[in-house]
Design a protein around this ligand. Structure first.
Ligand SMILES: [Zn+2]
Length: 179
């Protein structure tokens, strides 16, 4: 972990609030579920226990491609949990204080599930939310989120993926894994 990221951890301390909020919420929810009795079940769905989480932008151009690419290149197995955030981690890092707590809360809700093995964070060039910000800024934001997640979940694998726009007219994107 480099020095720059260590400073960011302090700057982004709101993740700690969100983390403990999730911990408390899980305890409350467990107690509540015990009291609920389901009388009718209208839908039967396949039982799935996702092992991976993908955090990505809501961008529609890349919705299917992102997941297809991830499955082939970063070993995402089965059906992952999908966390859609406009601008990927933009608001997790740059949002107003309570917005940041909200998104961390959402991420921890999934990360606290059992059997989670990997979190893949991805974003893309030409992102509406980032506007004129540089690719480096986007990649650095993903690195901050990775550092925080690594800080809490030592064993979890975290991958960062970035999609470069290589041809704007043809809307051609190329993906790469960021270290
Ligand atoms: Zn985007």
């Amino acid at each position: 972990m480099n020095k720059k990221i260590k400073i960011s951890l302090v700057n982004h301390f709101c993740f700690i609030i969100a983390y403990y909020m999730v911990k408390i919420a899980i305890k409350i929810e467990k107690a509540r579920i015990k009291k609920i009795k389901i009388e009718n079940q209208y839908f039967v769905v396949k039982k799935s226990k996702p092992k991976d989480i993908i955090i990505r932008c809501t961008e529609s151009r890349l919705s299917k491609i992102f997941i297809m690419w991830m499955k082939e290149n970063v070993e995402i197995k089965g059906s992952p949990y999908l966390i859609y955030i406009p601008g990927s981690v933009h608001d997790v890092v740059n949002g107003l204080f309570f917005i940041r707590i909200y998104w961390w809360y959402r991420i921890f809700t999934f990360a606290e599930k059992k059997n989670i093995n990997k979190i893949a964070i991805c974003n893309h060039e030409d992102c509406l939310i980032y506007g004129n910000e540089t690719k480096e800024k986007q990649i650095n934001d993903m690195r901050i989120v990775k550092a925080i997640l690594n800080h809490i979940y030592k064993k979890l694998l975290i991958d960062i993926v970035f999609a470069d726009l290589i041809n704007k007219e043809e809307e051609k994107f190329d993906f790469r894994i960021i270290n």
